[in-house]
Design a protein around this ligand. Sequence first.
Ligand SMILES: Cc1cc2nc3c(=O)[nH]c(=O)nc-3n(C[C@H](O)[C@H](O)[C@H](O)COP(=O)(O)O)c2cc1C
Length: 358
Amino acid sequence: MHINPHLFMLARPPYLIVWDYNNHTQYELNLDYSTRLAQLIEEPEQFNSSNTIDCDFLAANILTLSKQNTVEWGWDELSKIFHIGTKNIPSEQTPNDVHEWSKQYLDHCNEVLAAPAPTAMRALRPTGDLIVLPSPSSSPASSLVRSLFSRKTCRSFNDDPVSLNDISTLLYLSLGHLKERESDSDNAIPEGLGARRSSPSGGGLNACEGFIYVRNVSALKPGLYCYHSDQHALSLVNPLPDEPLGQLLCGQHFINNLPFGLFITSRFDALWWKYEHSRAYRMAYVEAGHISQTFQLIATALGLNTWLTGALADDRVEALLGLQDSAEQPLFFVGCGQGDGQALCDELNALINRQEAR
Ligand SMILES: Cc1cc2nc3c(=O)[nH]c(=O)nc-3n(C[C@H](O)[C@H](O)[C@H](O)COP(=O)(O)O)c2cc1C
């Protein structure tokens, strides 16, 4: 008999909460169950099939008949519990097409909007003696300002391909190791950590990496490719799967014809090497956010529409990127292509119009 290796226990008087963070299940244990669990943790061989508590533990997967494999995490327990505990979020029903997605999303919004929104924190801040700032220098003559004003999340793409030149520009300017900064170095930078990107990177580690999703890019076969930031080159990891992109992104099927996207991953082992504290886990997402925004601004400057999500079907995405059981994990997805710039897909718009007409 074995103890499930993914248990996290929390004191919530009068109970002990046992949370199986891999399978997203929780149990409240009273004193009898807690005491028995403590005994079995010390000696799992004490398992007794005529003891109801023991049988309940087995049925709940708190005890397992065979030893469960655990990932080679290589990092601290707190980040592991959070990362694994928020992966592969179970859904009662992942939408199978854009119509199902639109209905579920609209129902969800209606449910959320039925309760009042949280009071703005701003209302609690001091308001006396406002110092009015001068007008921002935001002349659209600057291309950065134009990109900032034009970037918008688009949820309606067409079937036009993205050019390989645009992909090259996007990848180099968002993730590539910039040749233009090679001379920008000082003696304090350790050997091997001198590469610099357009976005800042925690500890200069460039822990974020990228894998691209290619569905419709001229002169590039559809598939999932790994981007080599140091060589500005690609290598094929897997052909495109049979299931549409929306299935990999938690049922968001309005995105199925997106021509191109970037999965942003993080090398947790690299972060942990330099920063031996769970707090470094926060930095992984902050860095991914920088890269995501840079990608979107470049895409906007290239005249492309952009979309983004953190809703990944984690196990499936990891398998496609060849990152199963790896210390490198996918965190975020950002994509671009030609579209009509609409924030809502036609199917959701139609449902909203029907709801308003009632
Ligand atoms: C961290 C993060 C996660 C997001 N996830 C999703 C998502 O799963 N699906 C989606 O359609 N949009 C997603 N968005 C886009 C937001 O809905 C969008 O940015 C917001 O509505 C504001 O619109 P704008 O981007 O056009 O300014 C996400 C944005 C951020 C920053």
